[in-house]
Design a protein around this ligand. Sequence first.
Ligand code: G4P
Length: 535
Amino acid sequence: MTQTIATELQLEVARRRNFAIISHPDAGKTTLTEKLLLYGGAIHEAGAVKSRREQRNATSDWMELEKQRGISITSTVLQFAYSDFQINLLDTPGHQDFSEDTYRTLAAADNAVMLIDAAKGLEPQTRKLFEVCKLRSLPIFTFINKLDRPGREPLELIDEIEQELGLQTYPVNWPIGMGDRFKGVYDRRMQKIHLFQRTAHGKKAATSTVVDLGDPRIEELLEQELYFQLKDELEILEGVGPDLDLELVRAGQMTPVFFGSAMTNFGVQLFLDAFLDYAQYPETRRSSAGSLDPTYPEFTGFVFKLQANMDPKHRDRVAFVRVCTGKFERDMTVNHARTGKTVRLSRPQKLFAQDRESVDTAYPGDIIGLNNPGTFAIGDTVYCGQKIVYDGIPCFSPEIFAYLINPNPSKFKQFNKGVTELREEGAVQIMYSTNEARRDPILAAVGQLQIEVVQYRLEAEYGVQTRTEALPYSVARWVTNGWDAVEKAGRMFNAITVKDNWDRPVLLFRNRWNLDQAIADHPDLQLSNIAPIGT
Ligand code: G4P
């Protein structure tokens, strides 16, 4: 590698930041995304991203849209430039389309932004996604949203994060008032007060008055009570709170916390500036050849998501590849680690919102979309140079289970082919009953939409109409110490044993309480809510 390419790679890595937003529906993810894009100059008017939310409202609409457009509207990577940075925002689908893809996207992210509604605090979907971030020790940045509306006490929210998620917190800014009395935030980084000014629906980037804490104008600008409250709270933070420790942040043990209001566009830029400063660069990844730094000169990457074209006439699949090292160039020929074949990457795409754009080069931290039908599976590594295999992406604990029934015996072959291919693609997990008499596969999903998509695609692409029979379980655990341990434990209350596609035992429980009881009754059982892919 020449000196110039090495320097180019270093520069490109240093200016890249990649993140995914984790949140519960309605916390304001679409709104925040839109505001971030507004700062990035990627869109000029609020509302451009919002239509996506409307499109997502009904499952059937979503299917219809996928068909019409022939492309994915749920799997978006937004790339935009801001200041000297190149930012990749990996979109995690919302509640209607919550699926394993949502988890897998986090495998391609270097940072996570945890978005919380100030009135609601931590909510179930955020907790679930947090668990996945924790597995990877991802740095987490917290944005507490909707300060313009009445919410819970800031100190209480901070405490909830610390107690329930076991994360240390460092508030980077601190709110002054809330709801009707929301006056702004104090930025501890620059030691300035930013006063909030409502703009017309936050359409344009908000301007705010910035003053020092000791500025005499403060008395005119802030009610005395709020001013004293702020001083008291800052004293508490300085007194009992830890200092910001970027090493802990990057190890996923401390979260910088920001307060703001995405809708009115307040606090978003403060957040963005600090985030870019503190966030992790494209990180070193574990591979079969040891840890690989992003500046390793050869191009390598892995597939973290496949998106099928819903139009049966164009059965292409887009494979989303996270670039891990080196420089990617259009038309490059790479090796496919699993099959040992070489593949020419001739139609790489970058995705912005709903549009695809051809891409000529990409660097570590970027995501590219590849159209190579049938070539790729989730977790596949592509590489140039010496053989590299990245760690696979695990299967995550499903929560929805249903027998998939093919009522038409003459379609047996198509049914089996469809189920196998959709499983390989990662559309859904497949499990089987241990009762040999019951051969119907069990669909195991993390979101209801996965089941609907599988049925829809079996019909559209394989010509098989199916029906489902829901199973009354909601918690799955792999038994990692094998079938003997399952037999020894015997029958369990409100639980059944099934096997996954690799004949590994999995226990399904009706609810968490039944799981807890089984853990208490059978301490010898080793249970895991995650299984490595395909081993
Ligand atoms: P999501 O993608 O996380 O599901 O959330 P989304 O951005 O769609 O926001 C959910 C609702 O919360 C929207 O209201 C949005 O306007 C509102 N919201 C987001 N950020 C803020 C904020 O900072 N302050 C306040 N007060 N509201 C906020 P909606 O009524 O569902 O839609 P709309 O009528 O506003 O379009």
